[in-house]
Ligand binder design. Structure first.
Ligand SMILES: O=C[C@H](O)COP(=O)(O)O
Length: 253
């Protein structure tokens, strides 16, 4: 069985004090376990502090995006080596909000995925269709294309350690979750694409998360599905009580 991975994407929420208070509140609520991985992806200014604080807890830290270059005249950007230098281990790449508001494309996501592996960061590669695409029955084609382009030129060894997050755009922050069956069907299609690209054994080792209005009340059903190996959670990851409940669900699949 693949080890579930529960990741909280805080997006652009919380002040520095609130971020520290969150981790303090998590202590005692989050039990150490080898049955699941738990990741928090805070805003960039708090990464270093939360890496330090997370040493007291069974939690790892991820970034929400990064630039593919190591350094250069790219005002405002953060490089993979900068993330590594403060102890970050995961990086979310190609989130639909990055694609929608910051012009990320399948091609730029691919460059970032390559760069993440080159610098020993584990990418959480996000894919997902819009409502219009779902209504046009284009979900499988869109998601398959996104996966193929994101993994172009990535070796099987690297790909085997990647995380893919299937996030239907219409389910993000809307309270409208895909049914567990629908989410599982698309995650299964993603696994088939990965098997075509690499091998059945690589596809079986890649963890696929579902994201989109995941909450303590629906995570168990989602995680009970055969091809859903975790969750990428936005809103419900902002409260320590709720995040601890999500992590606990991950450890008890
Ligand atoms: O990265 C997380 C997703 O965008 C899901 O956000 P949400 O849980 O607020 O719907």
């Amino acid at each position: 069985m693949r080890k579930p991975i529960i990741a909280g994407n805080w997006k652009m929420y919380k002040t520095s004090d609130e971020a520290v208070a969150f981790v303090d509140a998590l202590a005692g609520k989050l039990k150490a376990t080898d049955k699941a991985d738990t990741v928090i992806c805070p805003p960039a200014p708090y990464l270093a502090a939360l890496v330090e604080k997370s040493k007291e807890l069974p939690v790892q830290i991820g970034a929400q995006t990064m630039h593919e270059e190591v350094e250069g005249a790219f005002t405002g950007e953060i490089s993979p080596t900068m993330l590594k230098s403060v102890g970050v281990e995961f990086v979310i790449l190609g989130h639909s909000e990055r694609r929608q508001y910051f012009n990320e494309t399948d091609e730029s996501v691919n460059r970032k995925v390559k760069s993440a592996f080159e610098h020993n960061l584990t990418p959480i590669v996000c894919v997902g269709e819009s409502l219009e695409q779902r209504e046009d029955n284009a979900t499988a084609a869109i998601v398959s294309e996104q996966v193929k382009k994101a993994f172009a030129g990535i070796s099987e060894t690297d790909a085997s350690s990647a995380i893919v997050a299937y996030e239907p755009i219409w389910a993000i922050g809307t309270g409208r979750t895909a049914t567990a069956e629908d989410a599982n069907e698309v995650c299964g299609q993603i696994r088939e694409v990965l098997a075509e690209l690499y091998s059945e054994s690589a596809a079986q080792s890649i963890r696929i998360q579902y994201g989109g209005s995941v909450k303590p009340g629906n995570i168990k059903e989602l995680l009970s599905m055969s091809d859903i190996d975790g969750a990428l959670v936005g809103g419900a990851s902002l409260d320590p009580e709720s995040f601890a409940a999500l992590a606990e669900a991950g450890a008890n699949v």
